[in-house]
Design a binder for this molecule. Structure first.
Ligand code: PLP
Length: 413
């Protein structure tokens, strides 16, 4: 029985992992172009050099996702806020949000004055459970937020039917799913609106950033104004020294624009997204095979209709007698020590969050599956899957070692 690295044994791996975020020559050239251009924001004066990078990224990302419109935003939180505001959601309204996701999904609802209603997840996909969403509908429900979590697509068959029957919006939060495909379409293009985050850890990133996509021109116009202090992009590009954004009035809005530096990075890195997604998908297949040979681990299942999932985090469920009575937290710490990288539990269920103070959110039923998922899983970040096959073998060896020595972690559980 070899000693675990976490208690002083020899670690499985000491070599570095692929770096994330990544730079490329194209990204650096685009950033340099912006820095020298005299225009660092779409909200700045035109330099007369054609469309802002913001507009170019919007066009490219809409085309990539097969939709008519994309509106870049400062981050994923503001993408959700602008989408909901544009849908007319506000004070007195309810939005159904999965109980296991990043807190921004719910706090964005609070930020626009509405109430997030937290519901349980499906234990296999870890995404929102459509039956729980149906049970939580009230006359005040205005939207369901489907988050495509970690490495899965939510059950869009059931959620689309549910939203249509109830006459409410389906918001697809694709912050973790850029490029995923469902029944021939990219995620984000199926619901009423799709939102994205391009924060540092996301598979397409500019450090911070976000976007909304949709197919409805009027909705797109309202989202654009919601993120641009109420302004629109003028139909005719402004000459140098004039503004491309023109006053439109009529909507309550703030400035949630990206900088041109961020938009330039996104324009350049969008070209690499499919290749990087493909590599992660190949590498993770190897880990799936190894973990099933080792035994004692359960894997996330994407919903029916998923044709291509995006690997953002790879959740692994601790199952079987080896892990009886052992929490995921010390297992994550032990794996981190073996691998020299970040391995951790999934989010704590949102009903444990300060969101619930002062009645900001409501929880109609206990979030049992979300709680169980938090206690029984560890998650691996996507950049571990951007290297060589032997990296994956190290990960498998670490799971094997920690499983064989799991009793050493009992005291910490
Ligand atoms: C599912 C989900 N939604 C929304 C967000 C918020 O995005 P941002 O951090 O860019 O505001 C995140 C960020 O982690 C996320 O994972």
């Amino acid at each position: 029985m070899s000693e675990l690295a976490v208690t002083g044994g020899r670690a499985i791996r000491s070599t570095p992992w692929p770096q994330w975020p990544r730079t490329t020559a194209a990204a650096e050239a685009a950033v340099t172009d912006v820095l020298r251009s005299g225009r660092w924001a779409v909200s700045g004066l035109s330099n007369g050099a054609g469309d802002a990078y913001d507009t170019r990224f919007a066009r490219a990302f809409a085309q990539y996702n097969g939709v008519g419109f994309c509106i870049p935003t400062a981050n994923g939180t503001s993408a959700l806020m602008c989408a909901m505001r544009a849908l007319g959601i506000g004070a007195g309204d309810e939005v159904i949000v999965p109980g296991l996701t990043w807190v921004a999904c719910a706090s964005a609802v609070v930020a626009i004055g509405a109430t997030p209603v937290l519901v349980d997840i499906d234990p296999h996909s870890l995404c929102i459970d459509p039956a729980a969403a149906r049970d939580a509908l009230t006359p005040r429900t205005r939207a369901i937020m489907a988050v495509h979590l970690f490495n899965a697509v939510a059950d869009l068959d059931s959620l689309t039917a549910l939203a249509n029957d109830a006459g409410i919006a389906l918001i697809e939060d694709c912050a973790q799913a850029h490029g995923a495909r469902w029944r021939g379409k990219r995620v984000g293009s199926i619901g009423t609106v799709g939102t994205f985050s391009m924060q540092n850890g996301k598979v397409l990133t500019a450090g911070e950033g976000g976007a909304c996509i949709c197919s409805d021109a009027e909705l797109a116009d309202r989202i654009y104004r919601a993120r641009s202090d109420g302004r629109r992009l003028s139909a005719q590009r402004a000459p140098a020294g004039r503004m491309d954004l023109e006053e439109a009035g009529g909507v309550f809005a703030q400035n949630f624009c990206l900088s041109e530096i961020q938009a330039a990075v996104l324009c350049a890195r969008l070209h690499d997204l499919d290749d990087e997604n493909r590599l992660r998908a190949q590498r993770v297949e190897r880990l799936r095979r190894s973990l099933s040979e080792i035994g004692g681990f359960g894997l996330q299942r994407s919903s029916a209709g998923s044709e291509q999932t995006t690997l953002y985090h790879f959740p692994v469920r601790l199952e079987g007698p080896a892990f009886d009575g052992i929490d995921a937290a010390p297992v994550g710490t032990a794996l981190s020590a073996e691998l020299g990288c970040w391995v951790h539990q999934p989010y704590a269920p949102l009903d444990r969050h300060a969101l619930l103070e002062a009645g900001r959110a409501s929880v109609p039923r206990p979030l049992r599956n979300a709680d169980e998922a938090h206690r029984r899983h560890v998650v691996l970040p996507h950049w571990l899957f951007l290297g060589a096959e032997r990296d994956i073998d190290d990960i498998a060896s670490a799971f094997d070692k920690v499983k064989r020595n799991a009793r050493q972690l009992e005291a910490a559980s």
